[in-house]
Design a binder for this molecule. Structure first.
Ligand code: HEC
Length: 120
């Protein structure tokens, strides 16, 4: 039933947006400047990534619709740099640019920390 699935995805993305906003609001004051990734925080922010970047538990994510790189297990520094590159336009992929544009440095650091561990 595709209608049920699309309804669920909408609810999930609203939830992901709320979770991201809450995370940004509750970010500690010292998070400016150098950010340190928190994998637990990243795990709570990744609901909008798993549909495309399936981690091992989510192998049914859309491998037939998208050629999506596997990000789980890549280095934290590489993932963080890649997200910054989408945000600042060095990388041009439209979907990832739109996604990265809505992310703070802290979001990127948390997600990079989460995905670096997720493949292990
Ligand atoms: C609509 C599908 C989609 C969603 C949702 C999505 N991505 Fe992506 N992502 C892609 C595609 C496709 C690429 C490859 C783009 C390219 O060729 O540059 C990519 C590339 C990346 C890369 C670079 C990987 C590499 O090996 O260089 C990172 C890091 C990344 N995504 C992280 C994320 C994170 C974190 C989220 C959630 C906040 C996310 N993505 C959500 C489709 C998606």
């Amino acid at each position: 039933m595709s209608s049920i699935f699309s309804g669920r995805r909408t609810v999930q993305s609203i939830f992901a947006t709320l979770a991201l906003s809450a995370a940004v609001l509750s970010a500690p004051a010292h998070a400016q400047g150098t950010v340190t990734g928190n994998p637990e925080a990243g795990a709570r922010k990744n609901s909008m990534c798993v549909g495309c970047h399936g981690i091992p538990e989510y192998k049914t994510a859309f491998p037939l619709l998208y050629r999506v790189p596997k990000i789980a297990g890549q280095s934290e520094a590489y993932l963080y740099a890649a997200l910054q590159a989408y945000k600042n336009g060095e990388r041009s992929h439209a979907s990832m640019r739109a996604i990265a544009a809505s992310m703070s440095d802290q979001d990127m650091a948390d997600l990079a920390a989460f995905y670096a561990k997720a493949g292990k």
